[in-house]
Design a protein around this ligand. Structure first.
Ligand SMILES: [Zn+2]
Length: 252
């Protein structure tokens, strides 16, 4: 009896080898094995905090101290996280010329820590902070040294409020990230969806664009998602297990 998962890995590897321009599209699920709970899941940060009260531009105006307590907690969680085999597999595929880039909805910097070079951050990066008045970049060491008693963090130059370079609730996607991700998906003949269920607009519309250009979709997710209907090959399993197996098969 052939192993059905192995069969699908062979088929997916075949699609990868045939493809001329493959991209990956990732979300919270790829970082869960690195110890970062999905903000949206039970036990995730949004079950503890109301996102509108801690992660919106309005909240930063009205209650900067509360926002900053949340930012410090998130920062220490993300600082400790290390890339897992799924991140490392994507970096290796890129290094070997089989993947042209990663579009991620994550803000945790783990693709870069894992070695990926072309990374489009749809929702920003929590390792970058800047002053919202003068736009001066604030070194991460300042954030790491901040104490709960010294927040909110203010700009040394102009005393403006410091904020992370992430997309807060109610804010729009940075124009450059949107343009870069469109360029990637419009060139793509294959998109690998890993750890994202397709609930957050407008990032969730990217795989459709590949499909419309007759590209292929490979999905690795736990359970059914918005992409299940349009995926050519689908793996219902842990991304940190499936992706290394797939990468091995592509690279042998
Ligand atoms: Zn400033």
């Amino acid at each position: 009896m052939p192993d059905p998962e192995q069969e699908r890995i062979n088929q997916a590897a075949h699609l990868f080898k045939k493809s001329k321009f493959a991209v990956a599209f990732t979300g919270a699920g790829i970082s869960v094995p690195s110890g970062i709970p999905d903000f949206r899941s039970p036990g995730g940060l949004w079950s503890k905090y109301d996102p509108l009260l801690v992660a919106s531009a309005q909240a930063l105006d009205n209650n900067p101290e509360q926002v900053w307590n949340f930012l410090l907690e998130t920062s220490s969680l993300l600082d400790k996280a290390k890339p897992n085999p799924a991140h490392l597999s994507l970096a290796e595929l890129e290094k070997q010329g089989r993947l042209q880039g990663v579009i991620t909805q994550n803000i945790d910097n783990l693709h870069q820590k894992g070695g990926s070079r072309v990374v489009v951050e749809y929702h920003g990066n929590f390792q970058r902070f800047y002053c919202r008045e003068c736009y001066r970049e604030v070194p991460l060491s300042d954030i790491r040294q901040a104490e709960p008693s010294s927040v909110p963090l203010l700009c040394r130059e102009c005393k403006g409020l410091v904020r992370p370079d992430v997309v807060f609730f109610g804010e729009s996607i940075p124009q450059s990230a949107h343009a870069r991700s469109l360029n990637l998906v419009q060139a793509a003949d294959l998109i690998l969806i890993a750890g994202t269920s397709g609930e957050v607009a407008p990032a969730n519309t990217l795989p459709d664009k590949v499909k419309r250009n007759q590209g292929r979709i490979i999905e690795i997710n736990l359970g059914r998602t918005a992409y299940t209907q349009i995926s050519d090959i689908r793996f219902d399993g842990p991304v940190e297990e499936v992706l290394p197996k797939l990468a091995d098969m592509i690279l042998t």
